[in-house]
Design a protein around this ligand. Structure first.
Ligand SMILES: Nc1ncnc2c1ncn2[C@@H]1O[C@H](COP(=O)(O)OP(=O)(O)OP(=O)(O)O)[C@@H](O)[C@H]1O
Length: 254
């Protein structure tokens, strides 16, 4: 393997990376049984405390320009892999290195404060995603236009409907300039017309980002934003390749 100095400025490398979640409160026999009955990740009881092996032996190299979709059934390990690739989780075993400015977008609402106005939230959320105050101040008019929230932007966020909050969050998220964009789905909860409008902005955001990893259950969205894909199954990479090839494999699974 090359030394870290040889690697490009924006890259993610994982080698045999594993992520375990010990379930410390599952010592009682009945709870242990419940945990053992769960679908999804792999559970081992070799240790005293049951351990969910959420990721197993993940080896991959992603570089500037890669647009990778992530597919797999519920509990397959997609969200855990996104957090590993964002540098939020350290591998329990193995190796992972993330190089570049990461914007993790797992939950559109995270980093929003209900007590301050929409305009103030635009700045705060931008800072949370790695932007500077100056950069956000330059973008605030564009974001305000996009949200179509008008005078509401001066009201506290707690007065907004769910749809209005999502508009605001999408406006901010699609205005940033990340080197690595880690996107979890959940961006589909807006009305159809607004989603159509967001798609273009989202596509432009992905175009600006150096590297995209996007987990979704929507083939349409995946095809639109990604050119390659990874299929996760029971915490392992089952298939990696072109988006059409991987989606065909995943859909054709028994
Ligand atoms: N913080 C945690 N503590 C314990 N177990 C966890 C934790 N996070 C995830 N897991 C377990 O790890 C496995 C993988 O979960 P993960 O959320 O990565 O799946 P996913 O593919 O994103 O699923 P979904 O499509 O339902 O969102 C599951 O068995 C889950 O129960």
């Amino acid at each position: 393997m090359s030394t870290s100095e040889d690697r490009p400025l924006v890259s993610i490398i994982a080698k045999d990376a594993c992520v375990d979640f010990p379930i410390f409160d599952a010592k009682s026999r009945s709870l242990k049984k419940t945990v053992m009955g769960l679908v999804g990740g792999n559970i081992t009881t070799e240790t005293k405390v049951p351990v969910i092996q959420a990721l197993r032996d993940i080896t991959l190299t992603l570089e500037h320009g890669d647009r990778v979709g992530l597919v797999g059934h519920n509990g397959a390990g997609k969200s855990t892999l996104l957090r590993l690739l964002a540098g939020i989780y350290e591998p329990t075993r193995g190796f992972a290195e993330v190089r570049g400015r990461v914007a993790p977008v797992f939950d559109l609402g995270v980093g929003m404060d209900p007590e301050i106005s929409g305009l103030e939230n635009i700045i705060v959320r931008g800072l949370f995603l790695g932007m500077t105050r100056k950069q956000m101040e330059e973008r605030i008019d564009d974001i305000a236009d996009f949200t179509e929230l008008g005078d509401f932007l001066r009201m506290p966020l707690r007065t907004y409907s769910t749809g209005m909050r999502i508009r605001l969050a999408l406006g901010v998220v699609t205005s940033i300039d990340p080197e690595i964009l880690i996107l979890d789905e959940g961006i589909g909860a807006v009305d159809a017309a607004f989603l159509e409008k967001s798609k273009k902005r989202l596509a432009e955001l992905v175009e600006r980002a150096g590297l995209l990893v996007f987990a979704s259950h929507s083939d349409e969205f995946l095809r639109e934003l990604c050119d390659t894909a990874i299929w996760m199954e029971h915490g392992r990479i089952r298939q990696q390749g072109g988006i059409d090839e991987v989606l065909a494999g995943y859909k054709g699974r028994t």
